[in-house]
Write a protein that binds this ligand. Structure first.
Ligand SMILES: Nc1ncnc2c1ncn2[C@@H]1O[C@H](COP(=O)(O)OP(=O)(O)OP(=O)(O)O)[C@@H](O)[C@H]1O
Ligand SMILES: [Mg+2]
Length: 220
């Protein structure tokens, strides 16, 4: 379970204080599938980064599985992230000099899994997103939609219980988008993963069991 209590996020820009998230209260249950929607700049990615412990709130408390994340040491936070959370980033965040296969292998290296098993699992994840034939391509040799699917394969290759996906279908056409969403749906229903997914598209949000709208940094 993820619990945010009175979370706010502020940035200092010179003399100006920018409040990006204000007083967010949100509980996400285990095995929930939540869609986060809202206008550009409303704070969706900022919220996702906080939930994923990639960033710290300015105020408020974030509990993950009952653990108060603010009290964790850096290496404990890192372990929590590596063991339980997978990300699909809005800008893919693929390593430019690594092939699709090597990019997908990466989270398994952090988990100290053997080379043989890493390659097997990475190949399988790429096959699941329809990219078996592109595994030796570099990101620069892939289309936007293909890079996005590599990023999704990288998130799926581990058995994280929480998947955070920031517009995972933003670069995909309708057919691929539907396939990927069926896939997220399977992960949720069959593999019992908790999914928090940001999207602009109502058809994509339909796959979720709950929709949250963010406007001007607050839950509407
Ligand atoms: N490091 C930063 N310093 C100052 N302001 C920031 C910083 N990071 C984000 N912001 C501001 O926070 C606001 C929310 O950004 P965020 O990326 O969360 O929006 P979003 O809802 O994900 O938008 P989009 O749909 O375009 O991806 C924006 O106005 C942005 O300028
Ligand atoms: Mg965003």
């Amino acid at each position: 379970m993820i619990k945010l209590t009175n979370i706010s996020k502020k940035y200092q820009q010179g003399s100006q204080e920018i409040i990006v998230l204000k007083n967010i209260n949100l509980t996400i249950q285990q095995q929930e599938f939540v869609a986060i929607m809202g206008p550009s700049g409303s704070g969706k990615s900022t919220l996702m980064n906080l939930i994923g412990c990639l960033d710290q709130p300015s105020e408020g408390e974030l509990l993950i599985d009952g653990i108060a994340t603010a009290q964790l040491k850096d290496h404990e936070l890192c372990d929590l992230r590596n063991q339980t959370i997978s990300f699909v980033f809005q800008n893919f965040n693929l390593l430019a000099k690594q092939t699709a296969l090597q990019n997908v292998e990466l989270p398994l290296i952090y988990r100290k899994i053997s080379k043989k098993e890493r390659i097997e699992r990475a190949k399988e994840a790429l096959a699941r997103v329809g990219l078996a034939e592109r595994m030796n391509f570099l990101p620069s040799e892939l289309s936007g939609g293909q890079m996005q699917r590599v990023a999704i394969a990288r998130a799926l290759v581990t058995d994280s219980s929480l998947i955070l996906a920031d517009e995972p279908t933003g670069a995909l056409d309708t057919k691929n988008s539907r396939q990927i969403m069926e896939f997220f749906n399977e992960l949720n229903v069959i593999e019992n993963k908790t999914i928090v997914l940001i999207t602009h598209e109502p058809e994509v949000a339909e796959y979720a069991s709950r929709k949250i709208i963010i406007r001007d940094g607050a839950i509407a």
